[in-house]
Design a protein around this ligand. Structure first.
Ligand SMILES: [Fe+2]
Length: 277
């Protein structure tokens, strides 16, 4: 499995500096290109073409233009009384500009598992939610705060972010303290409870990887779990066969044996010769 370290995740910000100055206190924007390809439009297209299979948690925000969220799982199980959507209808909703959310998407990419695996040394178990919008000004969330520590990896388009001075349980978000535009490759850290807002300026993909804090975690008594010793997370397996061919001696080889290659002893030109006739 890909081994990703906290140093790579926060680069060029030193992890110690992050814990001392930002964790739980201040938002942080890191601009670089390392995680630019975490989840791109073709990944979204591949996932969505599975609809309605393997997409239990799919959500459509503002499904009815009255603020209702449509959730495949809840519709299927009858928890929410909304109609089931055909693939074509869902696609129309997408092209009309609705925002789609792919929650609990940890296992759609090896790198998501690797990032969770590393950050779970410092936090509790993580979740990956992918926010995708096909248009500018797609409906997202108004100013709100979350109960988790949030790492937002931006991979497609541009999103304007607004950060407010207050944190929950304050009822009001208060004054704007920062506004900025995230572009592919950028990472934004938002401390838990801090009020924030995201607005799509173009079609976009934002990946939220969020974690609850460990119980009693503090700078004075800072607990770091050894790699691989954290709470149980099923590992990422590489299901691609390692050796697809055997050589003449019966040894495994990744290369196609010569006799099967063009011009090899098993190569017959008859097919093409026939074509010439
Ligand atoms: Fe949020």
């Amino acid at each position: 499995m890909d081994n990703i370290t906290i140093k790579q995740i926060l680069d060029p910000v030193d992890p110690k500096r992050f814990w001392l100055h930002y964790w739980g206190k201040k938002h942080l924007v890191i601009r670089r290109n390392v995680f630019k390809t975490l989840f791109k439009w073709n990944d979204f297209s591949n996932v969505m073409n599975n609809y309605p299979d393997n997409l239990n948690h799919l959500q459509v925000l503002d499904y009815d233009s009255k603020g209702t969220t449509w959730c495949l799982n809840k519709v299927k199980t009858g928890k929410v009384k909304l109609p089931m959507l055909s693939k074509e209808k869902l696609f129309k909703m997408w092209t009309s500009g609705k925002t789609f959310v792919l929650p609990s998407a940890e296992y759609t990419k090896e790198k998501f598992v690797a990032i969770c695996d590393e950050l779970e040394r410092y936090f509790s178990r993580g979740t990956v939610n992918i926010y995708c919008s096909s248009k500018k000004d797609a409906v997202g969330f108004p100013a709100h705060s979350d109960q988790t520590e949030n790492f937002l990896f931006h991979t497609e388009g541009k999103v304007k972010w607004t950060i407010y001075e207050n944190s929950a349980p304050n009822r009001e978000h208060g004054k704007v303290v920062d506004e900025f535009i995230l572009e592919p490759g950028d990472l934004l850290y938002i401390p838990q409870y801090m009020y924030h807002k995201a607005e799509s300026l173009t079609p976009r993909i934002s990946i939220s990887i969020h974690f609850a804090n460990k119980k009693n975690q503090s700078l004075k008594k800072f607990a770091i779990t050894a790699k691989g010793k954290g709470m149980y997370r099923p590992r990422w397996n590489n299901w691609i066969p390692e050796n697809l061919h055997f050589n003449k001696k019966g040894h495994k080889t990744n290369e196609v044996p010569k006799r099967f290659r063009m011009g090899g002893s098993n190569w017959k030109k008859t097919y093409f010769n026939n074509l010439k006739k």
